[in-house]
Design a protein around this ligand. Sequence first.
Ligand code: NAD
Length: 498
Amino acid sequence: MTTRITHLVAGSPWEGTSERTSEVFNPATGEVTGTLDLASAALVDEVVTGAKAAWRDSWASVSLARRTQVLFAFRQLLHENRERIAALITAEHGKVLSDALGEVTRGLEVAEFACGIPHLLKGGYSENASTDVDVYSLRQSLGVVAVVSPFNFPAMVPLWFVPVAVACGNAVVVKPSEKDPSATLAVAELWREAGLPDGIMNVVNGDKEAVDALLTHPDVKALSFVGSTPVARYVYETGTAHGKRVQALGGAKNHMLVLPDADLDLAADAAVNAGFGSAGERCMSISALVVVDTVADELVARITERMAALRTGDGTRGCDMGPLVTAAHRDKVTSYVESGAAEGAELVVDGRDAPVDADGDGFFLSPTLFDRVTPGMSVYDDEIFGPVLSVVRVASYDEGLALINANPYGNGTAIFTNDGGAARRFQHEVEVGMVGINVPVPVPVSYYSFGGWKNSLFGDSHAHGTEGVHFYTRGKVVTSRWLDPSHGGVDLGFPQNA
Ligand code: NAD
């Protein structure tokens, strides 16, 4: 039995009939569990038009006090529904339940941040900027904004954007990944119960056709995208060519540099957690472990020991790691294990034939470790997005730093050391947007902004935090003078302050 999964339009499930559909799987069993309606460009147009009307007629002029009440109610509902949403994530993405719950919690933090919107939207005021002239600034909503999200965080990534966009007074259309849309829909449904007017929060399911319709629609004023680098680049170029604000977060290749004075147990734990958590399907996963040669043998031994204890299987069974999202993605990741071995890397742990704890024919590949990987090998050069960790040996801090800075991606990185001076140098010199010091997955808290450098982000605004508030609002400055006896006189010169 498969469930029909459809769009959420003006707060209600869509009642039309879709010309195109796609299949949604349970990756742990390999079974098809859902049939997803794919939106046409005409449906996207209808939804955007409805969202614009709802924004103009209601939300754009709703008071900050009322908006805040809705946000607090949404935050509470999200908290109450977190286990149900986590179960939906595990059922369609495959990550283990505890990890899915962690994802919802990180999204919840952005809803909590957005509850402070009255403070975040406060403008400046300068009395008597010129004689009897006051100047002040406002930030106003944009209208309809769109969010296009990837499969790997179906709850958290939309939550990076939606609460901030709504808090700023916009209407939102979300296009989730077609691989695991149900958690995104379940979160979106909570807004109506929280008191958000119908039409302000909408979800259209779909593929390239829906994304292109959003990118070219004149009433979509801004678009936040998260996904792979080639698509992010395309989205940025197309959206900006159509006059939109675009922030397009792309792929990653994250390095963890281990210096000889690091606590090797801490580093080994961190490498295993950050390399294999969520089966490596995190944009902040560690993919390349850059180790100074003198401690590399010891670190590889400690990592191998820890990997032997990991259990791969169905995410509902208390395993450490779940399956990959689709059979095609599992096959692609497995092909990297083959090419790594063929290109001369040392395959220390081979996850291809390891036992898994699951029924059916799920999309599994167990944790895999390569040593002596070098640039030029495909396991190093490409974003693999799977449970494959590569050890790259370097002679020194300088060689490790140069390697990281030469990489075209710049999402996250980490250094493991007990030397405060080295860590401080690293945070200054590394060309990466998010840096961890003895922290392997340095995802910023919601009141800072999330985003990488280089091919990991196109556009100039990062997600949430004050950059999110700026992205979803337009600034306006008012210069005001009220009549008094000194007013009067014609003067064609450029206004000067006195
Ligand atoms: P993806 O690029 O395949 O898809 C992302 C979204 O774009 C989906 O909604 C998809 O339907 C849509 N899409 C796909 N192809 C398209 C096309 N040709 N035209 C228009 N739209 C298209 O990415 P994914 O496989 O869902 O997610 C994994 C990728 O996302 C990885 O590269 C990962 O690093 C990246 N990611 C980055 C971050 C970050 O913060 N930088 C966060 C999470 C994931």
